[in-house]
Each structure stands twice: as structure tokens, then as C-alpha cells.
Design a protein around this ligand. Sequence first.
Ligand code: ITT
Length: 196
Amino acid sequence: MQIVLATHNQHKVEELRRILAPQLPDLEVLAYDGPEPVEDGVTFAENALIKARAAAAHTGLPAIADDSGICVDVLGGSPGIFSARWAGPARDSDQNLQLLLWQLGDVSAEHRGGHFTCVAALAMPDGTEWHVAGEWPGQILTEPSGAGGFGYDPIFLPDGYAISAAELTPNVKNEHSHRARAFAKLIPVLQTLLDA
Ligand code: ITT
């Protein structure tokens, strides 16, 4: 079965291929290069479904999308759905994380808790759809550390680790991340479609 990955973020493409391939070797994952819909939902789920529906409608194939971001407790859950453009429309990851660090200032470690969220959505050309969520709890560091991953990984200390998400190997990140946790719930649905 062919499925379209409805994202223009190459880091997500790479992580999702690594998460899906071992469990669903018969799934042919295609990149999506069609138009990007306006993400005007007010939740991760709404935005994930907007992206999956648009790709399914454009390609006539089942489509999966990922809407994700970092939610900081002391900021009331921000940046949340605005994570990609937190410092402006340029979507500059370094500026985004520097702004977040500046906003947290010298807030103490015990009050720097938060989590990454990922909502994985699957839309079929006939209008059937699913969405599931995964969270990865941790703490916001006071300065960036590590060169792996993407986005806010250099300033995210996952619970249970003494190193940032950007210092984890891709295999460890893809075993434990919000993306891994969300897609672990979607894989049985995809398996059922493959078996049908
Ligand atoms: P698409 O909409 O094309 O999928 P995007 O990057 O704009 O790409 P989102 O709107 O879902 O996607 O924004 C997600 C942002 O959240 C992303 O750009 C990062 O800043 C952050 N983010 C999500 N997952 C992350 C991860 O695993 N590690 C670090 N930052 C992450």
C-alpha cells in the first residue's frame, strides 16, 4: 500500500521513515510535494487533520500528517501549536529556541517542566480519518546542548535522561519521542489497512 507523508519538514520525514519502516515493511511511504494548506486550527489535532486531509484530497492516496510542538508549563502550554513560528514567520529553529530561553530567563529547574506533543493523523481519500496523540515529558534547559535532532531538541532534557534530546542517538530518540508514542498508536490502524 502506498501512503503519502503530508509534511514539508525533512526532519520529520526522516524520523517517521525510521519509526514506520521496521514495523510496516510493506508500507510504501511517499513524500508529499503538493500545496501546503493553511494551518488555522486551534489544536494540534485540528492542524494534523487539516494537513492529512489536504494531502489525501490532492493525491487521491491515504495520507498521514504530524502536527507537533513544545509545551512549557510555566508559559501556559506555549509555544504549543505555534512552535514552528515562535520567533516569526521565518521558522528559524535557532531564533525559536533562543526566544524560548529568553522568556524562561532564570526560572529555576523545578519550574522548567514541559513536554513535546505530537498528533498523528491519517486521512483516507473517502473521508475516513483517525488521529492519536503522544507526549514526551521533560524540562527546558538553560542553554542549548548537542547537534542532533532538530527544532527545540538542543534545549529539551527528556525525563529520565541527563543529556538533551539533541544528544540522544536517532534510535533512542525514535524509540521514546512524542512522535514515536503517537505513531505507535497509529501503526495498528495502518496494519489493519495493509491486511485488508
Ligand atoms: P509540517 O507542518 O510541514 O509538518 P512544520 O515544521 O511546520 O512542518 P509543525 O507545524 O507541526 O510542523 O511544527 C512543529 C515544530 O515543533 C517544529 O518546526 C519544531 O520547531 C517543533 N518540534 C516538533 N517536533 C520536534 C522534535 O521532535 N524535536 C524538536 N522540535 C520539534
